[in-house]
Design a protein around this ligand. Structure first.
Ligand code: ZN
Length: 313
């Protein structure tokens, strides 16, 4: 065991629809119990210890990515009850009312189809009618789901294929074009949905005042940070830094890498900004600096603490 963060994203209840990987308040409580409440350090203390290289092997912290409103509505009351403070890594473009379309499209595929497989089927039908059809077919000939995103055990083969087509073959613009067509065909109101997906500035301020640590997660949440130019990467983190400092009144000192994507240049920018600790999105790396700390996805904890049949249900 090494000191690590536990990574959370989506939560569901009567107001927030369930989706792949989402959990309810009761499951969060059960997970905290199975980790052991005593092992979970207050976020400020974790930051302090990590910065001084004083973490013990079984020190754990809880982390929440992506500025999601469902975290504020569902997870934060649980943390309040149990007197736990956590890291919230926020991308900031959405705080000014703009949409981050990857999250909107996730909501669309989770709520408008019988199952995620039904969405994948509809998605490939649309892709087959575009000028990218041939390129996608060719790329899939050499695609091996066992080798792609293999560090994330919870993805199915179909999930891996979809992410491969989306992120490696189509890329952001072509994916956006396909999804725009699907969203329009379903008369899905992205702007209305977007208003319910993310926290607002006031809620982030409240988290800060309740003792949680607000950290960076880039400004726009690009799918692949390491593919951006040095200038673009710099803009992503400088803008994010300014925004968070303005909201909380303190200079942020922690971050997590959106999409687990970064290059040596990214780490240099974060050092310039005075960021002391950064988190990856998995436990795969053996040798890491303080800006590459490991995190375990919460779904790996479910897999370990409950029988597989219970998860499938
Ligand atoms: Zn993220």
């Amino acid at each position: 065991m090494v000191a690590h963060g536990v990574m959370f994203h989506h939560f569901h209840d009567d107001c927030h629809a369930p989706g792949q990987g989402s959990i309810g308040a009761g499951e969060l409580v059960a997970m905290i119990e199975s980790i052991g409440r005593k092992k979970i350090l207050p976020a400020h203390e974790w930051l302090e210890r990590a910065g001084r290289n004083m973490l013990q092997a079984d020190d754990i912290c809880l982390t929440f990515d992506d500025s999601l409103r469902c975290q504020f509505d569902i997870a934060v009351p649980v943390l309040r009850d149990l007197n736990i403070s956590a890291f919230f890594f926020v991308h900031t473009l959405v705080l000014s009312g703009q949409l981050e379309m990857l999250e909107v499209y996730r909501h669309f595929r989770m709520t408008r189809f019988r199952s995620v497989e039904a969405f994948y089927e509809a998605f490939y039908e649309v892709v087959a009618k575009t000028s990218n059809s041939h390129r996608v077919r060719q790329a899939l000939l050499r695609f091996n789901p066992r080798e792609y995103l293999s560090e994330y055990a919870f993805y199915t083969a179909a999930d891996r294929k979809f992410r491969f087509v989306r992120d490696e073959v189509l890329g952001p613009e072509a994916y956006h074009a396909v999804m725009q067509g699907m969203v329009a065909a379903h008369e899905f109101d992205a702007a209305a949905v977007g208003r319910r997906l993310w926290m607002n500035s006031e809620q982030i301020r409240q988290l800060h005042s309740e003792g949680h640590v607000i950290g960076l997660h880039s400004h726009t949440h690009p799918a692949r940070m390491k593919r951006l130019s040095p200038q673009q990467q710099r803009d992503e983190y400088y803008e994010n830094f300014r925004y968070v400092r303005h909201l909380t009144g303190v200079a942020p000192r922690a971050m997590s890498h959106p999409g687990n994507s970064y290059s040596p240049y990214t780490l240099a920018i974060l050092r310039q900004l005075g960021i002391r600790i950064g988190f990856r999105a998995n436990m795969a790396q053996q040798d890491y600096c303080p800006l590459e700390l490991p995190r375990e996805d919460h779904s790996n904890l479910i897999a370990r603490s409950v029988p597989a049949s219970a998860v499938a249900a």
